[in-house]
Design a protein around this ligand. Structure first.
Ligand SMILES: *Cc1c(COP(=O)(O)O)cnc(C)c1O
Length: 415
């Protein structure tokens, strides 16, 4: 069967062995999926989701009962006082931007304690000059780097004791760095530590790629506000675009008034027919995240067997859906990404090539044969063309399609 798809007998046999080896891990992922599914189902039932919530509004979007109820469902699932779930957020970057501009005022300080934030925030913060950055409004930025994948507790304490930090940003997923992602226990510990020193500082979490990977979310361990994209985990591959922000009611109100207009806040925002997709996406999200995790575990073990360094290891505790593979070789990285494209349902005939992307110093290769443009809850893989030539792979709407994509990529890479 696999040979028809261009997969050799050897790779097929290795795949069969690997699936046996990782069985216990797959079981664990399924159990997490069941718990998160229960959480979602209860939120749907407690909020009495019905046909009328699939309705739509246009124009200003006043009185959109579907939109308002979706936000109640999200709040319940994420244990938030309130939330904003909107297609007017163009991306995760946009939701993070709106949140930062909503929470910070001139002369305030934003402190990242996970080192340099995600690349697309460089111009938002003003790390890279932009006349519309936070910096242009005299909002200061400081960062404290992680040391060996752990928070630098000493530096955090020193800095907070000097006072005057308005917002602390913690980015859980690794982005394009080679660090590990931040697990929920690690997050709980650092938040307790921060609260001991400064009660009022706002703790904001970039939660992209982390939702439903475990059974607890950041607000449950003391964070004030969390942000994520709907073309990643919580959209379940169904939401056509958008992002969410959830957390303290007073803060969500500030974000809403920045997204729309002061005085209008959450009351406006037409849904233009997407309410059903957002609900259906959230309903499927626990399972789609589980499929992505299984795809990552499978890839990690396959590539380990073939002699490559992978992070996380197949049996490690995971904090997000991202799997990195260290190829140590430019050609292999490119071939692997091209193989992921060949194994995709859409644009499988396109061949991605490394190219110069705005905001990146090195060329980047990006493979994504997705139904939704840029969706990375669908199987996708990318990597900056620089040593040690690391691929960042994530997504997989079903494990079976994820596995086929990984096999195609491996075969294309080893030739
Ligand atoms: C994807 C991602 C973002 C940005 O989201 P976009 O929707 O791509 O703009 C921000 N932070 C992290 C950690 C991400 O993974």
């Amino acid at each position: 069967m696999y040979q028809e798809f261009g997969i050799s007998k050897e790779i097929e046999e290795l795949s069969t062995k690997v699936e046996k080896d990782v069985e216990s891990k797959m079981k664990e992922i399924e159990e997490t999926c069941t718990q998160n599914s229960l959480k979602v189902l209860q939120a749907f039932q407690n909020n009495e989701i019905a046909e009328m919530h699939f309705g739509s509004t246009t124009g200003y979007g006043y009185g959109d009962v579907g939109r308002d109820t979706i936000e109640k469902v999200y709040s319940e699932v994420l244990k938030a006082e309130d939330s904003l779930v909107r297609s007017q957020f163009i991306s995760g970057t946009h939701a993070l931007t709106v949140t930062l501009f909503a929470l910070l005022r001139p002369n305030d300080t934003l402190l990242s304690i996970t080192g340099k934030p995600y690349d697309t925030l460089d111009e938002v913060i003003g790390i890279k000059e932009n006349p519309s950055s936070l910096k242009s409004y005299s909002i200061h930025f400081e960062q404290i780097d992680l040391i060996e994948d752990e928070f630098d507790y000493k530096k955090i304490e020193e800095r907070l004791k000097q006072g005057k930090v308005k917002v602390i940003e913690i980015q859980r997923s690794k982005g394009y760095s080679s660090r590990k992602s931040i697990g929920i226990e690690q997050l709980e510990k650092v938040i307790a530590f921060i609260r001991n020193i400064q009660k009022e500082v706002i703790i904001m979490i970039d939660n992209c790629y982390c939702e439903f990977v475990t059974t607890k979310e950041p607000l449950e361990v003391g964070a004030d506000i969390i942000v994520g994209s709907l073309i990643k985990n919580l959209g379940g591959g169904i939401a056509p675009n958008g992002a969410y922000v959830a957390g303290r009611k007073d803060l969500i109100n500030l974000v809403a008034e920045r997204l729309t207009a002061p005085g209008e806040g959450k009351e406006v925002g037409p849904t233009l027919g997407i309410n059903k997709s957002i609900l259906q996406g959230l309903f499927l999200a626990p399972s789609v995240v589980a499929s992505s995790l299984k795809t990552a575990v499978f890839a990690s073990k396959m590539l380990e067997e073939l002699g490559y360094e992978t992070e996380p290891k197949w049996d490690a505790k995971r904090a997000d859906i991202v799997q990195t593979i260290h190829f140590g070789d430019k050609e292999k990285l490119i071939k692997y990404c091209q193989g992921i494209q060949m194994g995709s349902p859409v644009d499988s005939n396109s061949i991605p090539m490394p190219w110069d992307m705005p905001g990146y110093t090195d060329q980047v290769i990006m493979a994504s044969g997705a139904f939704t443009q840029g969706s990375s809850i669908e199987l996708s893989c990318d990597g900056p063309i620089r040593p040690p030539y690391i691929a960042f792979m994530q997504g997989g709407l079903t494990y079976e399609y994820g596995k086929l994509g990984v096999l195609k990529a491996i075969q294309n890479m080893i030739g």
